[in-house]
Design a binder for this molecule. Structure first.
Ligand SMILES: NC(=O)c1ccc[n+]([C@@H]2O[C@H](COP(=O)([O-])OP(=O)(O)OC[C@H]3O[C@@H](n4cnc5c(N)ncnc54)[C@H](OP(=O)(O)O)[C@@H]3O)[C@@H](O)[C@H]2O)c1
Length: 245
């Protein structure tokens, strides 16, 4: 969870980037105008990763619902994001989103999947969650063994799951978005072609280059501890490292 001070600091940084948008730099205008109709994105877990992606997607023109088990704590962040952001509970986020980002501690995934099974059924879900035994306990040991691409569909049954944004640190996610030159690559894995296409779009809109690695069974190739994990490669570099065409 983002503590109050960090949330306030994030809001200040956000204010600066929104001021930049208002100033109308060419890059900012490009970012603010989505090529297709904006999406409604529900965010479950508005922490380091979820909060950063909320900011990037709002700047790209999407509508977000940021959520918390304590929604009042997100009012300041929502206010700084502007009218395209609203606040609610995780259930509100699951209901609101055509696309739902799930970005909670890995140990919370089974509970999120159980509690919101009906609300998430059939939805495109981008899953950033990484198993850390020290934080998440024994279930993370098992997930590391079988890989997230095998474990996570069991925790989130009935969704159109895409592993996304799990292999970049939150600081880099914020700093490297829309960087000059070749963008940083974000590896994706999923079994649903349409869900992957939406994830590719949202990676681009966040200021990165999507690289579809393959079905969920290949998510293990960019799980925690792999050679490409958090390495900030460009798309050609990532494709070469993973032996993709
Ligand atoms: N930080 C990174 O650099 C990074 C990079 C790649 C992947 N990841 C992975 O992405 C996930 C999120 O990481 P993060 O660093 O953004 O985490 P974080 O800052 O700790 O935020 C996680 C959020 O999850 C919410 N949450 C916790 N338990 C929940 C539950 N039972 N139900 C609903 N919401 C719950 C908390 O919100 P409330 O308490 O407000 O409800 C919290 O704000 C983790 O699995 C992490 O391993 C992190």
């Amino acid at each position: 969870m983002i503590p109050g001070a960090a949330r306030r600091a994030g809001a200040a940084a956000l204010g600066a980037s929104l001021a930049c948008l208002a100033a109308g730099s060419t890059a900012a205008l490009t970012v603010a105008t989505p090529a297709a109709a904006p999406l409604r994105i529900g965010i479950i877990g508005t922490g380091h990763i979820g909060g950063t992606l909320a900011r990037l997607w709002v700047a790209a023109g999407h509508e977000v619902l940021i959520s918390s088990r304590h929604p009042d704590e997100l009012q300041g962040l929502a206010a700084s994001l502007g009218p395209r952001a609203r606040v609610g509970t995780p259930r509100d986020a699951a209901l609101f989103g055509e696309v739902v980002l799930v970005s909670v501690p890995y140990g919370a995934l089974p509970q999120v999947g159980r509690d919101l099974k009906a609300e998430l059924a059939g939805k495109i879900v981008l899953d950033t969650c990484n198993p850390y035994p020290s934080r998440d306990g024994e279930m993370a040991v098992e997930a590391r063994k079988v890989s997230t691409g095998v474990a996570d569909p069991q925790f989130l049954p009935g969704v159109r799951l895409v592993r996304a944004f799990n292999a970049i640190n939150s600081g880099d996610l914020s700093r490297e978005a829309h960087r000059a030159g070749e963008p940083v690559a974000i590896p994706l894995a999923g079994d649903d072609a349409q869900a992957l296409a939406v994830a590719e779009r949202l990676v681009r809109d966040a200021g990165f280059a999507p690289v579809v690695v393959g079905p969920l069974s290949r998510a293990r190739e960019f799980d925690v501890g792999t050679p490409v994990y958090t390495r900030l490669m460009t798309a050609p570099q990532l494709r070469q490292a993973l032996g993709l065409k």
